[in-house]
Design a binder for this molecule. Sequence first.
Ligand code: URA
Length: 242
Amino acid sequence: MMRLDKYLCEAGAGTRSEVKELIRRGRITVNEKPAGKPDQKISETSDSVCLDGQPVLAAGNVYYMLNKPAGYVSSTVQTDGPSVLDLLADAPGKGLFPAGRLDRDTEGLLLITNDGKLSHDLLSPKKHVEKEYYAKIEGIVTEEDVVRFEEGLDIGEKRRTLPARLLILQSGTESEILLTIREGKFHQVKRMFEAVGKRVVYLKRVSMGSLTLDEALAPGAYRPLTADELLALKTPKGKSNE
Ligand code: URA
């Protein structure tokens, strides 16, 4: 049994205050009778909850794009700092977790979901899903670095990194680059630059597979994925009709 307002929120009917208003206005029925109070207890499996006569189904999988700000850890619990999930405290959905990790000081695209299968598919080392990062680098990034990234680097793992695409946007005492990698080793981008004697001073993920960070999202803001974004993400590369 659970509270009606919680059920409605998690099913995506609105925020806590919006669903309270729906109940107050008599737009919610439980087993065809107008709902009483927001704290009314309902059974997720046997009661029929409707909004304006349409069934409100129990929450399924949910998918959010978060623009992660620096200072938050990509875990479900607070370890050494606030968790990215603290930013989605009001988001409907049960059992949310970040699909993958960004370092505490890294910003940008993070998918927050409760879909274990999709997360596994995106993160599996065998699938080689591309991740693109924008970074500011202390030091001059050169065409020689581009070649070395393409050849793979020794970052202290058993194997060299897979070929990575490095694009120099601006080269100077502080350079700006875009880097596309197909793995997700711990601190990978920072370690790749260390391997060529340079230091990452700012890092932001801009895409993961088909999903690109919505630049309209300020750091700390999130939104549900659109139906098209979700479809593209669930369609493995090479299997779309395009
Ligand atoms: N590579 C890093 O070094 N840090 C991140 O957060 C992501 C990729």
